[in-house]
Design a protein around this ligand. Structure first.
Ligand code: NAD
Length: 476
């Protein structure tokens, strides 16, 4: 079969932007100013490894500086290129605006297969890349704040933060130069799980809107819904784990690099995760059927499809055969502009990437604030909160004694009520609030405007409007 020519990832993002911008009343010129990517820096640097110099190519793209710092992850993958980083940087601009994180959009990438290097080699490469970026203020607490993305995690962020601190020894805010750091290096509780947790909160909010659920031809709650997830990495693993363990959803399919596993009775996500850690893939996992042609499982029957790996996986070659009535884009750009049109016509509801996976940047925002304020969330008020709660509990206990058998406190009320919120609870509460409010803003446009028939266009309208207002306020 000959491949169908589709626009590139960046062109796809631009097409989706244009669709929304056409429905808006933006002053001439401003639309283009918002859409275009401000700058992309390409760096080639050498690192001496295994007795010879290896040259690496990296990028950091700044899409919009209507707010600073600009924010966005750094990806390590062989497919990294300028078009991809620019598309991802643009998505960051819209994402931050949608969830009201006060940042412009940026993204970075290094063309590398991290699995081919030892840890100490990766550290050398990462430090050198961070040096090149920091030298040009492309890592800087007030200018540009990276975070993890595909192929990177806490470890890489800790190396980058340390590299920046070595280069800026008197910068009191050095730790705020990247987010997604380990807890002991200035990170925040709940950042690792944040994007997956955000997917769960997004779906919960969707299912709180029965009229939206109905648009997808579904009813009820997340309980019992059959889920297929592609990519059991940071985002996919946490999303699938929380949905199955806390919301009663049934994960029936998992697609990975080495094929897919399927079991209509449900798959134990944690067990598969452990299997992947041990064996490097899903192949051989005992309690499900393995298919070598993994992407075909995207087309299996299910209620919710969660692409959480790569861009462009749902495209013109398979869109027509996608059966899921609801797709939540955990990855960035998993549905191409062409496929988006096909699915819209079919009535598939798509919860778009710029909203769905915004949990990561939201908690990164909390981490950045924590670093700038140099204090852990909850440290000042937690015990005071507990003391005040204790006053009420004491009064209730007095009542309890006084009323005898007529009334008594529920057994676990006291313990639950007395406990002040720790950092993790505060982070989850802030994330939940963010995901709910952003969904409502998006869904309101979807419902109120006759010319908007999908959540993605609604999300773009909300975001573009906010970015435009911010440019206008600056006098541009
Ligand atoms: P990750 O590297 O932790 O996980 C990616 C997973 O996808 C891995 O398990 C990998 O084996 C799998 N994978 C790779 N190629 C595949 C293929 N061809 N078929 C099936 N599976 C494949 O990355 P991540 O951080 O989970 O990011 C995944 C997506 O989520 C990316 O699009 C990223 O931009 C997006 N995202 C991540 C974050 C974050 O906080 N990490 C935030 C927002 C968006």
């Amino acid at each position: 079969m000959t491949a169908i020519k589709e626009p590139s990832f960046r062109e796809s993002v631009d097409l989706m932007f244009n669709r929304a911008a056409a429905l808006m009343d933006l002053p001439p010129g401003l639309e283009e100013k918002i859409r275009v990517c401000n700058a992309t820096y390409t760096v080639r640097f050498g690192v001496r490894l295994r007795g010879q110099i290896h040259t690496f190519t990296g990028y950091r793209s700044v899409h919009s500086e209507h707010m600073e710092p600009v924010k966005g992850g750094i990806r390590y993958a062989m497919a990294v290129n300028q078009d991809e980083v620019e598309a991802l940087a643009a998505l960051m601009t819209y994402k931050c605006a949608l969830v009201e994180a006060p940042f412009g959009g940026s993204k970075g990438g290094l063309r590398i297969d991290p699995r081919k290097y030892e840890e100490h080699e990766l550290e050398q490469i990462t430090r050198r890349f961070a040096y090149e970026l920091a030298k040009r203020d492309l890592i800087n607490p007030s200018q540009n704040v990276p975070a993890p993305d595909m192929g990177t995690g806490e470890r890489e962020m800790a190396w980058m933060a340390d590299q920046y601190a070595r280069m800026n020894t008197t910068d009191i805010n050095a730790r705020a130069c990247v987010t997604g750091k380990p807890l002991n290096a200035g990170g925040i509780s709940g950042r690792v799980e944040a994007t997956g947790r955000g997917i769960q909160y997004a779906l919960r909010e969707f299912f709180r809107h029965p009229e939206d659920v109905k648009k997808a031809g579904m009813s009820g709650s997340l309980d019992g819904k059959r889920v297929i997830v592609q990519g059991l990495g940071n985002v996919g693993y946490h999303a699938a784990k929380f949905l199955s363990e806390e919301d009663g959803s049934l994960v029936v399919g998992i697609i990975e690099r080495d094929g897919a596993i399927y079991n209509p009775e449900g798959i134990d996500v944690e067990a598969v995760h452990q299997w992947i850690v041990k064996h490097g893939g899903v192949n051989g996992y005992p309690d499900a059927t393995h298919t070598a042609e993994g992407t075909a499982v995207l087309e299996e029957d299910c209620d919710i499809l969660i692409p959480a790996a790569l861009e462009g996986v749902i495209n013109l070659s398979n869109a027509e055969r996608i059966k899921a009535p609801l797709i939540i884009e955990a990855a960035n750009g998993p549905v191409t502009a062409g496929a988006d049109e096909v699915l819209r016509k079919k009535g598939t509801v798509i919860i778009p990437d710029m909203y769905a996976n915004a949990g990561g940047v939201t908690v990164s925002y909390f981490e950045w604030v924590k670093n700038l304020s140099h204090i852990r969330f909850g440290r000042m008020q937690r015990r005071q909160e507990e003391a005040r709660h204790e006053l009420i509990v004491k009064e209730l206990e007095r009542l309890d004694r006084y009323l005898g058998d007529a009334w008594s406190m529920s057994p676990d009320f006291k313990a639950k009520y007395l406990k002040g919120a720790d950092e993790l609870e505060l982070v989850r509460s802030g994330l939940d609030d963010t995901m709910r409010i952003a969904y409502q803003a998006m869904s309101e446009v979807w419902h109120d405007r006759d010319d908007v028939d999908d959540l993605r266009t609604a999300a773009y309208i909300v975001s573009i409007d906010r970015v435009a207002k911010s440019y206008r306020a600056k006098g541009l």
